[in-house]
Design a protein around this ligand. Structure first.
Ligand code: UTP
Length: 294
């Protein structure tokens, strides 16, 4: 068995501008838009908690203090709920809260790209492997995506990216990996390419927004090299890291919703609503009528 260090910390970059969701994201961060009755970022924190993450590092920007408030106690609200005997609501607030001292917030200062946001977490993460979760990607499965990745990581070590399958016609929109030797739960990666030209993608497995990375990535990111869109890209840094360390893919079997896009966000709302026994009947009925009349 490979010796691996426990994944204790997760980095959640929430400093993007969310331009695809304007005007909704003018004053509200896109990570706080709600899927059914929870903000998008809460789904991702819960996925990380289920995978054993002990510390959450949020890389924030302007307008994001509301995320910090969301993961804090709201004394007045909780006192009122207690007074009114609203125990279910009270418990829902308690269950989602990371422990005191288990969150850190650092500012990216300027949205120079995802790679730069990750690099901003370097001092808080320190010299240990960590999970990186893009909070606008929401996963739906019985086993959380990060839990499956941690299981694979405990067997093979190194660096892990989670992948989902896309329509081969759409591969040019994603970061695509090349498929090598099969592993139990995934495969070795032979290469990674960001937005391959049409017809050149090595597979239809795309990087879906969940990573387990070794701390060496910070050293590579510290060179601040600009890539596509003149932004500091995490994929470029991973390509360099892959020259010296193994990368494996965790084949995620559930659904991935890109809640940073309108279509993904709407589909996530529908899918999670249909998972909820309390609202499913009315939502399903309403959807059937809408589709029949479309
Ligand atoms: P996106 O490219 O999806 O986010 O980055 P964006 O820039 O907010 O969205 P659009 O394209 O303008 O609508 C993926 C993740 O990386 C974070 C975002 O917050 C998002 O969670 N990010 C991106 C940063 O934290 N900093 C950046 O400089 C860029």
């Amino acid at each position: 068995m490979t010796m691996t260090r426990k994944i204790r910390k997760a980095v959640l970059p929430v400093a993007g501008l969310g331009t695809r969701f304007l005007p909704a994201t003018k004053a509200v961060p896109k990570e706080m838009l709600t899927v059914v009755d929870k903000p998008v970022v809460q789904y991702v924190v819960e996925e990380a908690m289920a995978a054993g993450i002990e510390h959450f590092v949020f890389v924030t920007g302007r307008n994001k203090t509301v995320i910090e408030d969301h993961f804090d106690i709201q004394v007045e609200l909780e006192a009122t709920l207690r007074e009114r005997g609203k125990t279910v609501e009270l418990k829902s607030l308690e269950d989602m809260l990371p422990k005191a001292g288990a969150t850190s917030f650092t500012r990216q200062q300027a949205p120079l790209g995802l790679g730069h946001a990750v690099w901003c977490a370097r001092d808080i993460v320190g010299d240990e492997p960590f999970a990186l979760l893009l909070p606008d990607m929401v996963m739906r499965d019985k086993v959380g995506c990060l839990s499956g990745m941690v299981e694979l990581y405990n067997k093979v070590g190194g660096n892990i990216v989670a992948v989902s399958e896309c329509d081969p016609e759409l591969a040019h929109k994603y970061g695509i990996v090349g498929k090598g030797e099969e592993l139990d739960g995934g495969f070795r990666i032979t290469g990674m390419v960001e937005k391959p030209a049409k017809g050149t993608a090595p597979s239809n497995f795309y990087i879906n927004g969940r990573y387990i990375l070794q701390p060496k990535i910070f050293e590579i990111l510290s060179k601040q090299e600009r890539g596509a869109g003149n932004e500091i890209q995490v994929t470029d840094a991973m390509l360099k890291l892959a020259d010296e360390q193994p990368f494996s893919a965790y084949a995620f079997g559930g659904q991935t919703y890109d809640c940073g896009s309108k279509e993904g966000f709407i589909l996530a709302n529908v899918a999670f609503a249909l998972d909820r026994e309390d609202i499913k009947p009315l939502v399903a009925d309403g959807l059937r009528h809408l589709i029949a009349g479309a």
